[in-house]
Write a protein that binds this ligand. Structure first.
Ligand code: C5P
Length: 294
């Protein structure tokens, strides 16, 4: 059996981060949106059954992952087998997952978490697992804070949600409009824990109440951009001053507000239509970024 799954990237249109809480995680309040940039997973199972005496053969072959990078899909295989006790289930076929990476690593685009959610859903189908949503959701949470959002996307096709808790409490909504997103990828790998660590050392950002992201999603790009914020920007720019300078230069050049997604390094801005994003992207040749309209 061969199964194909797509794992989209996300941006955080708005990201409020609160002081560090229990277990070293920061409570947050964020507007997540999937964007049109995808990793691809091909899941193949083989007729040869596991004959006992060891773990189910499970191999992940990933393109473009630097050696030594933790492969989250391996973690999904382990987590599913552990959660289900299928480690010793002879009905589980030998499995190979080919993972083609398009989403840059360390870019704040949630690629690893999205791969994990796509693998959870794909392996459930490939292994014909009859498994309740609670097991599934708790496996997602242990894999990473952003995995539950992507799981909602895989299961229900949602694109937008308000995420709270450490990111794992997901309230989907149907957006008023989907803007054209111009991503600007600086090819810089930023460590999420390092950015959160720096955030702790900086003064706490001001509160802005409880914005209603669903209401905001009806706004045009020029109306929406000035409302957006990302509390991790000062920390990321303190660790990588060149990224802060690049953001300033790009804002001046494009004459519009530019935000960072997640813990960086990807920068983005919004347009009401694709044509506007294309004009802007074509003028970025002199900047050290890869533009991508998503
Ligand atoms: O859950 P995830 O693997 O994405 O988290 C990576 C790291 O980012 C955590 O170990 C933690 O240091 C930090 N983090 C945090 N607060 C969050 C999400 C992540 O401090 N809400």
């Amino acid at each position: 059996m061969t199964l194909r799954a797509l794992a989209p990237a996300k941006i955080n249109l708005h990201l409020r981060v609160f002081p560090v809480g229990e277990e070293g995680f920061h409570p947050l309040r964020s507007w997540f949106r999937t964007v049109d940039l995808q990793d691809e997973l091909i899941i193949q199972t083989f007729p040869k059954r596991w004959a006992g005496g060891g773990p189910i053969p499970f191999k992940v072959i990933a393109s473009c992952l630097p050696s030594g990078t933790d492969n989250i899909v391996d973690g999904v295989g382990r987590a599913l087998r552990r959660a289900l006790g299928v480690h010793e289930d002879p009905s589980i076929p030998a499995t190979r997952v080919f993972l083609s990476k398009n989403i840059p690593i360390g870019g704040g685009l949630g690629g690893g978490s999205s791969d994990a959610a796509a693998a959870l859903v794909g392996l459930r189908e490939a292994w014909q697992l009859n498994l309740g949503n609670e097991v599934f959701t708790s496996a997602a949470q242990t894999l990473g804070s952003d995995v539950p959002f992507f799981l909602h996307h895989q299961l229900e096709g949602i694109t937008d949600a308000t995420c709270t808790g450490r990111g794992e409490i997901v309230q989907p909504f149907t957006p008023g409009q989907r803007h054209a997103v111009l991503l600007m990828l600086p090819g810089l790998h930023i460590s999420t824990p390092a950015v959160y660590g720096k955030f702790d050392a900086l003064p706490a950002p001001p509160d802005d109440g409880d914005p209603d992201f669903h209401a905001w999603s009806h706004l045009s790009a020029p109306e929406l951009l000035p409302l957006l914020r990302n509390d991790l920007e000062p920390a990321a720019f303190a660790l990588h001053p060149e990224l802060g300078r690049l953001r300033g230069d790009l804002e001046q050049h494009l004459g519009r507000i530019i935000r960072m997604t997640g813990s960086g390094s990807t920068l983005f801005t919004l347009f009401d239509d694709r044509a506007g994003a294309e004009v802007a992207a074509s003028g970025l040749r002199d900047f050290p970024v890869r533009p991508l309209i998503a």
